[in-house]
Write a protein that binds this ligand. Sequence first.
Ligand SMILES: Cc1cc2nc3c(=O)[nH]c(=O)nc-3n(C[C@H](O)[C@H](O)[C@H](O)COP(=O)(O)OP(=O)(O)OC[C@H]3O[C@@H](n4cnc5c(N)ncnc54)[C@H](O)[C@@H]3O)c2cc1C
Length: 471
Amino acid sequence: MAESAAPLLATLRTIVGDANVLTAENDVAPFSTDWRDRYRGRPRAVVRPATTAQLAASVRCCAEHAVPMVPQGGNTSLCGGATPHEGGHEVIVSLTRMNRVRAIDVENATMTVEAGATLSSVQQAAADAGLMFPLSLAAEGSCAIGGNLSTNAGGTAVLRFGNARELVLGLEVVLADGRVWNGLRGLRKDNTGYDLKQLFLGSEGTLGIISAAVLKLFPKARTSTTAFAALAEVGDAIALLGLLRQTLGDRLTGFELISAECIELTRREFPAVPDPLPGHRWYVLAQADDPALNSSLGALFESALSEAIESGVAQDATIAQSDAQAAELWALRENIPEAQRREGPNIKHDISLPVSSIPSFLDEASAQLDAAFPGVRYVTFGHLGDGNLHYNLAPPAGVPGEEFLDQAPRANRVVYDLVARFGGSFSAEHGIGQLKRDELERYRPAIEIELMRAIKRALDPQQLLNPGKVL
Ligand SMILES: Cc1cc2nc3c(=O)[nH]c(=O)nc-3n(C[C@H](O)[C@H](O)[C@H](O)COP(=O)(O)OP(=O)(O)OC[C@H]3O[C@@H](n4cnc5c(N)ncnc54)[C@H](O)[C@@H]3O)c2cc1C
């Protein structure tokens, strides 16, 4: 251990207790690498506070020693956002012990929860109170609400409820010098100056450490319908989206595009998952929810799908007849990332585009990529209703994954240049982290970068919070 680390670690131990300052290699290992195993860091220690007071004191201690900190929730970031660098200087601040639901106000439809609570525990607490928290993503059993808010996570219900940013009314944040900003207000209207919480939402731990949040809750869905449709073209999926929106209004909560390759991939790795409509090129998984019990939702959904089949927009469709069948359909979608991980390295693109330009983008992108990487395999899926595609590239048959991964910069350039040309974003959901820092510089106007740097300097003048991430 470097000499200078001893007083820091001694103070951290007095704050959180010996057992919650980890330094042994085996103990810090799970915190030091990312979910995709692409980044491996070496932290000076992992500190695990259990309360906001302990968190604030730990941050103050690190700031006094000028030690950089890496906030970490569930460590499911897909862009190395929560992984420390290799230098051995940084302290990982793990929020997982701060996982209490502090309060639920049913009449105000709000929950005050600590940052380290897993997303699934937040959903469950809302359900236990007879309400619903709509943020939902495949990592929900592991990711933490603080991580979700710090990355402005999206997921499968953005179409109806918006990104994580739109689900927050108030925040409590530990600032870079250890001071605590208590902005835990449960108000839907509050025009009193700058909306400070927006600075921290989506800032990936670079401006402050979120310790707790007031979340918006919604009426529980008492009627749900999940359908799976087979289509010939992506353009048909967009037509189906318009048709379902027209018929179901904002009861349409999710609209996911899945390519035939994704279904094959998922079923190779998870053979128990059914293949309800084999033999088509594209699929859509759509869900609609209604808080009313005696809703006509199912009948409306069915008539919209019949109309889609009659008009040639859809080739076939099936509606889940039970919760278990709906879960099976969702398993087809939600197991894609894990199936991809099991099959080895691939080049990921988490992009967003105006929905209307997605078919042209896909045509142009595949023409350019086929020419540059003959035999490249496309793993295309995503939240089509939000214009968000996971446009991932798997190696041509016979090409080792690691070798293909070396081509990532070239492939990224083709994809991101096209995305920029179509007015899209090179990072729709996953953020910037350390993976896409250079892309931010490249694709965002200089004035935006300048404003971001000014905000960073104002809130973290010593540059101690998650250095080397985002900017
Ligand atoms: C299988 C799988 C599916 C996924 N699907 C989606 C999806 O559909 N939509 C989507 O948006 N993302 C998705 N993700 C990405 C990831 O799960 C989300 O970004 C999630 O919000 C990260 O939460 P986390 O707690 O794991 O954060 P971490 O990975 O621990 O951290 C993420 C970032 O937030 C910062 N951070 C964490 N906690 C705090 C805090 N309390 N205060 C300040 N900064 C903090 C970290 O420093 C880091 O920069 C998926 C990931 C996986 C593995």
